[in-house]
Write a new protein. Structure first.
Length: 138
């Protein structure tokens, strides 16, 4: 296996309405699940261990809801059978707008997606940083 670590980050520009959060299953169910699914896809196997923690820093109106519905900020560490670890962080508010990033670190380099560029894929290798251009969709 050439990769050793996966990281994802998902942050929304503002918290959803209270009614959306209440009864929705919480931040792991409605937000982190997408990042966890992405790490599972990238790892190519099902996780064997997950550590997930959350807290309420942004929207105090949800802090009395049950379980993870009370969290607006969360982190997960996921371990896969092949030894790959994944880290996921999610937050219901980012003052600078949507923030969606992913990174895979491997034995020969790294590939990362970012928010700023029309094509966010970059490849990091010894002696090289390359921004990969997409072919036109038209």
């Amino acid at each position: 296996m050439w990769y050793v670590q996966i990281k994802t980050c998902s942050r929304d520009p503002s918290p959803p309405p209270y009614e959306y959060v209440k009864g929705g299953g919480g931040i792991f169910n409605d937000m982190a699940v997408h990042d966890l699914d992405m790490t599972r896809f990238l790892a190519g196997e099902d996780p064997i261990e997950i550590l997930a923690v959350g807290s309420c820093h942004i929207d105090k109106s949800i802090q009395d809801l049950p379980g993870s519905e009370a969290f607006d900020t969360a982190s997960c560490i996921v371990r896969y059978p092949g030894g790959v670890n994944a880290m996921v962080d999610v937050c219901r508010q980012s003052s600078y707008g949507y923030d969606q990033r992913a990174e895979v670190l491997g034995t020969s380099g790294m590939i990362a997606t970012d928010n700023v560029y029309p094509n966010t894929a970059r490849i990091f290798k010894k002696g090289m940083l390359k921004c990969v251009a997409l072919a036109s969709f038209t």
